[in-house]
Design a protein around this ligand. Structure first.
Ligand code: 1GP
Length: 255
């Protein structure tokens, strides 16, 4: 029986999972895109597929759907929900934890420190667990919403040494997680070679997402050294795929 990720001290559990080489599968839910029926469907399926975490967020937040989405997750499943904010207003007390993102692949001061200053007083009072995360955008073959909104260039996909040095800087700065993201709906996922290079260079748990469409791609990223694999878009298209995706990632835990 596989241990569940519990709702408290999530960062400690992620570090422990990394240390024991236990791979985790994460479903990304964009509250703006998820219709009520579809949301319930993916939550129920994720629960049955033993998904480890939900990330909740989107680059554009055009409705007040965040709280409703988090309430639905809480009422329908035991899977913890982690905010993956596309902007500083995406905060909610109904989440278990927050990826406190510094866009370390970019040179936009607002996304390196400015937004953190604005949100820090609120977060210090909040019950939501704050997880400092070095966020690295990797070129996925075409401009993405994140690179447009953040006004930053992604790290070129054929420059693993830049990714490596960036992740090293993140670790030295005291960040707790590294997220390598090709961006939602990317043409190409983060290359396995780049994941492997970053894995060799740092101790921190590594999250990889963006453009993962098949269980094989998910397993390949995990085998290359990712500790958490995130899939969003493809599960919006076909929620049933969550079973195979989760199995592909978790299968490495029994190898
Ligand atoms: C995007 O890493 C996530 O920030 C997931 O990407 O929607 O392409 O699966 P997809």
């Amino acid at each position: 029986m596989k241990a569940r990720i519990l709702h408290k001290n999530i960062i400690q559990q992620l570090i422990a999972a990394k240390q024991s080489n236990r791979k985790l599968f994460v479903v990304l839910i964009d509250p703006d895109k998820a219709e009520a029926g579809d949301l319930q469907d993916i939550i129920t399926k994720a629960e049955a597929a033993a998904v480890d975490l939900f990330f909740v967020g989107g680059s554009l937040m055009v409705s007040d759907s965040m709280d409703r989405c988090l309430e639905t997750i809480r009422s329908k499943s035991h899977i913890p929900s982690v905010l993956f904010p596309g902007n500083p207003i995406q905060l909610s007390e109904k989440a278990d934890a927050l990826l406190y993102l510094s866009l370390i692949s970019g040179r936009n001061a607002e996304l390196l420190i400015g937004n953190h200053v604005v949100t820090a007083p609120l977060l210090m009072r909040s019950c939501v667990e704050v997880m400092p995360t070095g966020y690295m955008l990797i070129d996925g073959g075409a401009p993405t919403t994140v690179s447009y909104i953040s006004n930053t260039f992604p790290i070129p996909a054929n420059k693993p040494e830049i990714a490596m040095a960036t992740a090293m800087a993140g670790q030295l700065l005291g960040l707790k997680l590294i997220y390598m993201d090709a961006g939602s709906g990317a043409q190409n996922p983060v290359p396995a070679k780049m994941i492997a290079k970053v894995r060799e260079a740092i101790e921190l748990p590594i999250i990889v997402g963006g453009g993962i469409r098949t269980p094989e791609q998910a397993a390949k990223a995990a085998a290359a050294g990712a500790d958490m694999i995130v899939v969003g878009n493809q599960l919006e298209e076909n929620a049933e795929l969550v079973f195979e995706m989760a199995r592909a990632v978790h299968s490495l835990n029994y190898a």
